[in-house]
Ligand binder design. Sequence first.
Ligand code: NDP
Ligand code: BG6
Length: 601
Amino acid sequence: MASLSSAQYRSYSSNSFRQSSSNGQRHNHRLLSFCSPIPRRSPPVVLCLQQSQGNSRPNVVLMQDGAVATPVNLAQKKEETVKKLEDGLLSSSGISTEELKEAAGFDVNENESSVSITVVGASGDLAKKKIFPALFALYYEGCLPKHFTVFGYARSKMTDAELRNMVSKTLTCRIDQRENCGEKIDQFLKRCFYHSGQYDSQEHFAALDKKLKEHEGGRESNRLFYLSIPPNIFIDAVKCASSSASAASGWTRVIVEKPFGRDSESSAALTKALKQYLTEDQIFRIDHYLGKELVENLSVLRFSNLIFEPLWSRQYIRNVQLIFSEDFGTEGRGGYFDNYGIIRDIMQNHLLQILALFAMETPVSLDAEDIRNEKVKVLRSMRTLRLEDVVIGQYKSHTRGGVTHPGYTDDKTVPKDSVTPTFAAAALFIDNPRWDGVPFLMKAGKALHSKGAEIRVQFRHVPGNLYNRNIGTDLDQATNELVIRVQPDEAIYLKINNKVPGLGMRLDRSNLNLLYSTRYSKEIPDAYERLLLDAIEGERRLFIRSDELDAAWSLFTPVLKELEEKRTIPEYYPYGSRGPVGAHYLAARYKVRWGDLGIEQ
Ligand code: NDP
Ligand code: BG6
């Protein structure tokens, strides 16, 4: 498939729209990047000149505040040249107008490229719940290029109008409650179309290609396929999309949803099969946790605050906890879930990705490959998970307040004797100089008492603490803890010890709290928005590279096999409880107390 770099892509997208500068004022600039106020790919830029594709002349200035502007003299020069071109003053030498435009500093592709986004599996749950709403939010924010089209593709028979009707039910005007939302929805829906076809039919994809071409109207075409389908049909769809519906001129990219296999072998086989039709840089393996605001913020917190980085090692950190919980069961997704279980569904990807970002060394730059290089080093330094370091559980039916919640195996799509874990806790270790001996504890469960995801960093005790007498015997109560609450109520808070005001000397624990909802009025974008935009822009930083995936699977595959071969019986826990007690014993073995279970969290 043809593929262009993101730099090339950016050069055709000269939208004009409003952008905030650091002083809060809004300016109109001609932008190369669709809607990123700060250059997304590079570390802070003070002032630099960006080159236009295929043109040695600088034509864009990146301002200190991240705004991008065309220098006035160059813009004027261009205008003059255009005028001359239009007046025929420059077109008498046998050189084409396009060549002259290019020579004069123009990007000949300006406004002439298109982006088509095909949601494969458009009739499904994820498409309705996440993908179409995220695309609309990007459209609303002015982040999509001028010439874009969205196509839904699935086997279900639907007309364009039926697709629009289906999609319209899940689009919301949540973004800052700004005006004209209804109008924007209508405009967006007009750009949405549907094509019904089989996932393994070259002919049906060729028919899609024909429709895409009509919408592209002869412009350079760039195509993004989002595989929102069950994994057993990924390869068929990729094969057909690549051979019958690839972009003829621009790039073709494919977003692949998890699960990426169910162990090392199947994952390697999937990668191998995908690579028959796509190059690695065309494959965007999505882990939507990497698109969450607070996960994005992890590196900012660590690398741009002097106070954290020096503490970020075994010297000061006692343990790190990565906790995921949902207060509902697998309702509606039991069929999928039973084949995977919570370790594959949450730990091997979402929590492990956060761990890798948390623990990596400082990357050389913020470029995708530099970050992914550091993440993969962490994963490869990790000890393979052992069975004795894992606790598994499964929720059972529970009645509370007259309401009966079903057990996992009450789901009709789940076998009655299933031992698939819906809860797991695990202790992992990174055998490198920074993290030697520090337990990284993971805990993930469905049908628990609360919903949330957080990172807890528990620091060591203060040596020879002068206030031990005031603290009492439980020194754990006095250690500092940094909590990064990914969701809900995004927050970063640090637990510190302080004196209770008054004449006595009584110590208290308080939180230095950055609660996003009070600090920022802007609503936090959904992870899928960020990731879709990145895929359109060709930014791979938040997508998983194949070697990361291999390393992640090799940590978990042996234990998953052992659990399955032995048919290990999970510890049953009531729906809505705090999960199996085994998780406490596991933590206690490493002298850890789960931070989410304290009275004051
Ligand atoms: P669905 O089960 O809803 O499937 C999506 C579409 O694929 C269906 O509407 C159906 O469309 C088609 N399809 C379903 N089963 C088959 C089959 N056996 N053979 C051929 N086509 C089939 O999936 P989701 O939308 O829930 O998820 C899509 C992908 O995203 C999956 O890989 C899933 O694991 C992943 N994912 C989903 C999440 C979610 O919250 N739903 C979260 C994270 C990842 P039609 O019949 O019209 O062709
Ligand atoms: C998905 C899992 O990847 O993430 C689901 O397959 C889980 O089981 C979901 O419910 C959680 O995502 P979020 O963004 O709602 O926390």
